[in-house]
Design a protein around this ligand. Structure first.
Ligand code: PGA
Length: 261
């Protein structure tokens, strides 16, 4: 299957880090480190409080930006929540939905993850839908079954014709923030499986056009191997995205893999 049908995306997930006054210097440093040619799409997914500063700091469209979660509700009496409409109005492009930390700490379920993905699409943005197995599931040989279930559940909320706007991130829970990365082959195997599930449900043309990212302790050292895999179209990067140098080296790895200058 050919990668030319889909985008390569290197997305930084800042999680709950940095304060708004640190955003501008970060963006300036990152911009100065980016390769001159656009080898892939670069995105920063930041806390809600950082979005407007980031938007002002980016100045051009070399870096897209996004949020890390969204409400399932459209508007109204939902204290503390942020709607898809609000994010779209701020120029947000991507919204992470179903990150394992949101599933674990905020009670996200496959159902609410699907609702969030649909809300994001409805407002013209792209959901980055996270799936991934726990260590126990992997050890018990349940990885593929679990991933199929999560992907099928999310897909059931995606209207036909809108699939090209979604991004899927495979993030094995045991690899997140632990320094343990899936091997290139382990990550490829699951990403290929995700594509096969999409193919079965929505056809080969759709499957080849959906970008599937790997996330979980991706860093400048392991990025090239992971990004060379046939079904891995980029990375969702936590820790290493907080260091402009490391993050830009991961972006450089895309250029090395694709052979671009
Ligand atoms: P990590 O986080 O790169 O720090 O493991 C990835 C993620 O949770 O998106």
């Amino acid at each position: 299957m050919n990668k030319k049908y889909r985008k390569t995306i290197i997305a930084g997930n800042w999680k709950m880090n940095l304060v708004p006054s640190e955003v501008k210097p970060f963006a300036e440093e990152l911009r100065s480190l980016l390769p001159k040619t656009k080898t892939c799409e670069v995105a920063l997914l930041v806390p809600f409080t950082h979005i407007s500063t980031l938007r002002r700091s980016l100045k051009d469209n070399r870096i897209s930006f996004g949020a890390q979660d969204v409400s399932i509700h459209e508007k109204g009496a939902y204290t503390g929540e942020v709607s898809a409409d609000m994010l779209a109005d701020m120029g947000v492009h991507y919204v992470i939905v179903g990150h394992s930390e949101c599933r674990q700490y905020h009670g996200d379920t496959d159902f609410t993850v699907g609702q969030k993905a649909a809300a994001v699409l409805e407002k013209g943005m792209s959901p980055i839908i996270c799936v991934g197995e726990s260590l126990e599931q992997r050890e018990r040989g349940l990885t593929m079954e679990h991933i199929s279930y999560q992907v099928l559940a999310a897909l059931s909320f995606i209207p036909e014709g809108k699939e090209r706007q979604i991004v899927i991130a495979y993030e094995p829970i045991w690899a997140i923030g632990t320094g343990k990365t899936a091997t290139d082959e382990e990550a490829q195997e699951v990403c290929a499986h995700i594509r096969a599930v999409i193919r079965e449900k929505r056809g080969a043309r759709v499957a080849r056009s959906v970008s599937i990212l790997y996330g979980g302790s991706m860093n400048p050292k392991n990025a090239k191997g992971l990004l060379s895999m046939e079904d891995i179209d980029g990375g969702l990067i936590g820790g290493a995205s907080l260091k402009p140098k490391d993050f830009s080296q991961i972006i450089d790895a895309v250029a090395e893999v694709t052979g671009e200058e």
